[in-house]
Design a protein around this ligand. Structure first.
Ligand SMILES: Nc1ncnc2c1ncn2[C@@H]1O[C@H](COP(=O)(O)OP(=O)(O)OP(=O)(O)O)[C@@H](O)[C@H]1O
Ligand SMILES: [Mg+2]
Length: 465
């Protein structure tokens, strides 16, 4: 079984406490070493000053008893070149090392070392001297200073440092744990909100964004809210589409059922046989209604499709897309004459989706344009945009309806008699907006409609046509 990793707040707490610990220990050790150096220097200077007294005592032949004999009083000793020594009366003798003997023989000027005398630490300075009494070869004098006080001071200072450092580190640990806890509380809120959304599917449960919270967490909360809003809007749109679609499907389904009922009843009751022409008309109705249903379902599926998924986005020439849509429109409505004026207009997008949008505009123009008058199509670059215009000479659309025709299932009063489900322009707008462009209708001088698609163009801005 894999062990659980410690929580972020525990890790942050440990890391910051460890950082404080390293800093505190580092500073304490440095302070202690500095103090030891300072105190050691003081002792060395004192030893140096004592050389004068050592010489005096030495001159007296070490016969003088050393003054008080207290811990502050240095110890003295003479070391002769032959290795023998002379210690003042009543004073403990200082151990003599090889280096001390070298000093006595003038092979070294002086030497300092720490030694233990009767269990007490001393620092000993051994220095070569030459006086009237010593003769030309001179000899060494030794001065030893008790280090107990220095060591005591260092020990207590070390203890104080260890205690204050320990307390400081513990306090830092507690404080950093508490601070990370407090700092991560807003993250907890975001996590709780995310878990709530995951378990309840309630997309309206926004995360509270406190303005006292740290910026990063506020940003996370805000992005999450934005994501929830977008998800909610998309889910609402899907739900709306399903509701609208089932409502719209109801009408053709009802008339389909009525027609089939009529046909069946006639079949089952020979006395109520239908005239052959009536039967033919009913069957044609059924076929038309089936087509309508087919078309409606196809369009609903198209609208429900996630525009970002599926088709690849690539650089395409809008003129090519329009030509291909025109070929399909001509096949559907051979009686309609389409004219095309074009310049290359490069856009980034999904070719099939754009072709579908253009085809919807061509279908409308073909449906509404009066027979004999051409549907005029234009593709051009305009500023930083690539544009498509589909113009017809049909009945046009009332000013008030120009925007509403893009709503799903919205059809003008005049259109109710014509085939169609009112989804074509909704698809156009969805595709175009998905490509960062816009689609609109405008009334044409002299009657009819101009349907426009405008997309961001790839490459330098130009203006042609
Ligand atoms: N060129 C046009 N001339 C006049 N009215 C139009 C034109 N194009 C669209 N309309 C109006 O806008 C409405 C919506 O058009 P849309 O293409 O969305 O639906 P539709 O053509 O009725 O059905 P379909 O879903 O088959 O396209 C139409 O019902 C019609 O009232
Ligand atoms: Mg249409």
């Amino acid at each position: 079984m894999k062990g659980r990793r410690p929580s972020l707040r525990r890790r942050l707490g440990v890391v910051s406490a460890a950082a404080v610990a390293v800093a505190v220990i580092g500073v304490s050790v440095a302070a202690w070493l500095l103090l030891r150096d300072q105190l050691s220097n003081v002792v060395n200077e004192r030893l140096d000053r004592q050389v004068v007294f050592a010489v005096k005592i030495d001159s007296a032949g070490m016969r003088s008893t050393v003054q008080s004999g207290g811990p502050d009083t240095p110890l003295y000793q003479t070391v002769f070149p032959d290795g023998s020594s002379l210690t003042p009366v009543g004073q403990a003798s200082i151990p003599i090392s090889a280096a001390d003997r070298q000093v006595a023989r003038r092979q070294l000027y002086d030497t300092t070392e720490d030694v233990k005398i009767n269990g007490t630490s001393y620092r000993v300075l051994t220095r070569w001297i030459r006086t009237k009494q010593t003769g030309p070869n001179g000899h060494a004098v030794q001065i030893a200073i008790d280090l107990s006080e220095m060591n005591g001071t260092l020990a207590s200072f070390g203890l104080v440092l260890a205690l204050t450092g320990g307390v400081g580190i513990a306090a830092a640990g507690v404080l950093s744990y508490w601070l990370t806890r407090a700092g991560l509380r807003p993250v907890d809120r975001v996590v709780a909100a995310a878990e709530h959304v995951a378990s309840t599917q309630d997309l309206s449960a926004a995360v509270a964004v406190g303005h006292r919270d740290p910026n990063e967490v506020t940003r996370v909360a805000e992005s999450m809210n934005a994501m929830l809003t977008a998800l909610g809007a998309s889910r609402d749109a899907q739900r709306q589409l399903v509701e609208d679609a089932s409502h719209e499907l109801a009408t053709p389904l009802t008339s389909l059922r009525t027609n089939i009922d009529l046909l069946l009843r006639a079949e089952n009751h020979p006395e109520r046989q239908l005239e052959s022409a009536d039967k033919q008309r009913l069957l044609q109705d059924v076929q038309a209604q089936m087509h309508e249903l087919d078309h409606l379902i196809e369009e609903v599926v198209e609208l429900a499709r996630d525009p970002r998924s599926g088709e690849e986005v690539e650089e395409i020439d809008l003129a090519e897309v329009v030509r291909s849509a025109m070929t399909r429109a001509k096949a559907r409505t051979p009686q309609v004459n389409f004219t095309l004026t074009e310049t290359p207009a490069i856009v980034r997008g999904q070719a099939n989706a754009l072709e579908r949008a253009v085809l919807n505009l061509l279908d409308n123009a073909a449906k509404w344009g009066p027979p004999g008058l051409p549907v005029e199509v234009l593709v051009r670059q305009w500023g930083a945009s690539a544009e498509v215009k589909v113009a017809d000479r049909g009945p046009g659309i009332a000013e008030d309806d120009l925007e509403r025709v893009f709503e799903r299932f919205h059809r003008t009063k005049e259109a109710r008699q014509m085939p169609g489900s009112g989804l074509g322009l909704a698809i156009v707008r969805q595709v175009v907006q998905g490509h960062g462009g816009r689609a609109w209708m405008s009334r044409r001088d002299g009657g009819g409609i101009e349907a426009w698609i405008q997309l961001p163009q790839v490459g330098p801005a130009t203006s042609a046509l």
